[in-house]
Design a protein around this ligand. Sequence first.
Ligand code: FAD
Length: 292
Amino acid sequence: MLLPKFDFYEPKTSEEACNIINEYGLKAKPIAGGTDLLVNMKHKLLSPAALVSLSEIAEFNKLEISDNAVKIGSCFTIFDIAESAKIEKKLSALCAGARALGTPLIRNLATIGGNLGSARPAADIPPSLIAYNAKAVLKSASGERTVLLDKFFKGPGFTEMQPNEILTEIIIDIPNERYGAGYINLGVRKAQDCNIVNAASFISLDDSNGVIHSARIVMGCVGPTHLRANLAEDILIGNKPSEKLLEQAAKSAEAECKPIDDFRGSATYKKAMIGVLTKRTLDIAVKEASLR
Ligand SMILES: Cc1cc2nc3c(=O)[nH]c(=O)nc-3n(C[C@H](O)[C@H](O)[C@H](O)COP(=O)(O)OP(=O)(O)OC[C@H]3O[C@@H](n4cnc5c(N)ncnc54)[C@H](O)[C@@H]3O)c2cc1C
């Protein structure tokens, strides 16, 4: 399979990249690792007139970690996330998602920005980032804006990003109370497989009385975008974590998700597995929070 013809640019700054994309209008596409985009181009699903590589832009490859926030450049690779002890310490569920993605060859090239940009409902990176309440910074020739990742995905392959915008970095604010999160994916095989379902859970604990102060549960592959289990979150908030409470929340998530029957599994099976994964990710989150 041959790639269609295209112009290729390798800018060194985000301003340069935005200007090139602006000049081409809808006909240019940013490319990071290319593990998603080039496959789509080979299958003739996309035929951009120009590709604007983001990998030489130094600011897109940065990682900044402080007590209050983690900032990850959009071209930071999935391999680097999976292997980073510093990210693991603050955002273990994100590292779990990175380790679950593809194979070593794919992880070496694939980037966090590309995973969000491809907007697949089965992707491994969005659930934990939404659970951590992460924000995406979007830049165009006319300015910059920040979007909550929970509002970023609009449907399979569609995001809040406009064709003239580039995702520059992901920002995760670190809570100032004890917190924990978990991510688990379920596939038919352990690697090189599309998820049947996945789930991420986040909780923070009120330091004064140990009750759950905030909770976010995110379910993947059970709707056109990643879904929040809002009723399950309400069950958790204001209560002390217990086996019974977490089970009740997991049952609620199971009832809230909206999967369809497809070649990956029946809707009934996916619903049941969302219940199981939600309970397990909540267990991880509570354990991590209580040890922090
Ligand atoms: C064999 C194989 C296995 C895979 N397994 C998994 C898996 O297990 N889990 C999973 O989640 N995914 C998987 N993928 C999909 C893919 O590898 C990931 O989504 C990857 O993270 C995409 O990153 P990339 O840098 O390669 O993106 P690219 O292919 O470069 O780009 C993807 C899309 O995002 C846009 N884009 C990229 N960066 C930016 C940016 N900074 N700003 C704006 N738009 C941007 C591009 O224009 C394009 O539309 C797999 C792919 C392959 C080929």
